[in-house]
Design a protein around this ligand. Structure first.
Ligand code: NAP
Ligand code: GDD
Length: 330
């Protein structure tokens, strides 16, 4: 078996929010980064445009195991970060089978490709606090039972347990990061944080007149994506693989996010936010708040960015974007 390259990492989902921050971190650490990208009729490299001359792109899809085997054989990474997923909860209700194929079975395809090509590859699985769903305990830890509330959450539970299973069955160095919501100016516009920051900025510039939202009472443990990718990397540097909750330990409602975002620009969210049934989900996750003690003690991980700073940064970035001060996404 050919040797893998000790400082080469392959990232699935490199074009996504977390993929872009993780790429920056790994390049800073001296890694060669290979990004697995699926074919589409238009390229979606906006988040990694500034990194493109420093990384290698390989074509592949979590729906196609042969493409994953081929990518691993060709590039021989030492570490694989599986960030690719159908990651939008609302879409998972409308496309539950696709979500299962990608977000659940996609993990098995990748783990199996690793087992076949090189079982010494270290593996990171992007698990999610959505797995806690109707929470059985407050705050949520690595031992809190799962009770997912969406096809996405169900798929992530499968992805989590198949990761544990390959670790226990084949001795893979496979870790699962149970990450709570993390946001940034690079967040997709469909997620509530960015939808709010972008709308607040657009309304302040007179380019939008209202913001249509669903449940304002849902509470989330929101952190900054740049802090969270550090935890992913730290997990793969440990002698032993494991499962880690990564979160801030604070929870805030969607309403509070709105209040802060609009107040940052001198506005009252109540003047602009309209409740729209179209954004209410068939089943909701009412409250998420985690306890990251294990990540703190074992990985030495802590977050740097707090909630207020996160909201202000996102609103400022959207204001700059809309005013043409930023090219693409910062
Ligand atoms: P994201 O911005 O939605 O990015 C998802 C990525 O997956 C994109 O690069 C997308 O590629 C890729 N992808 C989708 N289907 C694919 C397929 N069939 N084959 C290959 N690639 C595919 O997600 P994110 O916020 O960065 O999150 C990264 C991971 O962490 C996801 O697994 C998500 O479920 C999980 N997670 C996120 C959070 C959070 O708060 N952000 C919290 C917990 C867990 P295209 O560009 O081609 O669409
Ligand atoms: N997207 C969206 N749009 N959400 C809304 C809206 C709206 O107009 N109005 C209210 N919400 C509420 C949702 O009902 C949910 O309770 C909360 O805002 C957060 O929604 P999202 O930002 O879409 O994120 P999520 O919590 O469902 O899922 C995200 O976090 C998970 C980790 O807990 C995603 O990033 C998942 O991929 C991730 O696993």
């Amino acid at each position: 078996m050919a040797e893998h390259h000790p400082r080469r990492a392959l990232i699935t989902g490199i074009t996504g929010q977390d993929g872009s921050y993780l790429t920056e971190l790994l390049l800073d650490q001296g890694y060669e980064v290979v990004g697995l990208v699926r074919r589409s009729s238009t390229v979606s490299f906006e988040r990694i445009a500034h990194l493109q001359d420093q990384i290698t792109i390989v074509s592949g899809d979590l729906l196609d195991e042969a493409s994953l085997i081929e990518a691993l054989r060709l590039h021989r990474p030492a570490e694989v970060y599986n960030l690719a997923a159908q990651s939008f909860v609302q879409t998972s209700f409308g496309q539950p089978v696709l979500t299962g194929e990608t977000t659940a079975l996609g993990v098995t395809r990748l783990l199996d490709a690793i087992r076949i090509v090189d079982p010494s590859i270290r593996f990171y699985q992007a698990s999610s606090s959505e797995m806690f769903g109707k929470v059985q305990e407050v705050p949520q830890t690595e031992t809190t039972p799962f009770y997912p509330r969406s096809p996405y959450g169900v798929a992530k539970v499968y992805g989590h347990w198949i990761t544990v299973n390959y670790r226990e069955s084949y001795g893979l160095h496979a870790s699962s990061g149970i990450l709570f919501n993390h946001e940034s100016p690079r967040r997709g516009l469909e997620f509530v944080s960015r939808k709010i920051s972008h709308a607040a900025a657009a309304i302040s510039l007179g380019r939008q007149h209202e913001l249509r939202l669903g449940n304002l009472d849902a509470k989330r443990d929101w952190g900054f994506a740049g802090d969270y990718v550090r935890a992913m990397w730290l997990m793969l540097q440990q002698d032993e693989p494991g499962d880690y909750v990564v979160c801030t330990g604070e929870t805030h409602s969607v309403r509070e996010f709105c209040e802060l975002a609009f107040a940052h620009l001198g506005m009252d969210y109540g003047d602009y936010v309209v409740i729209d049934e179209a954004f209410i989900r068939p089943a909701e996750v009412d409250l998420l708040v985690g306890d990251a003690s294990r990540a703190a003690s074992d990985l030495g991980w802590h977050r740097d960015v707090g909630f207020q700073e996160l909201v202000a940064t996102m609103v400022d970035a959207d204001l700059d974007l809309l005013q043409g001060k930023l090219k693409g996404i910062s």
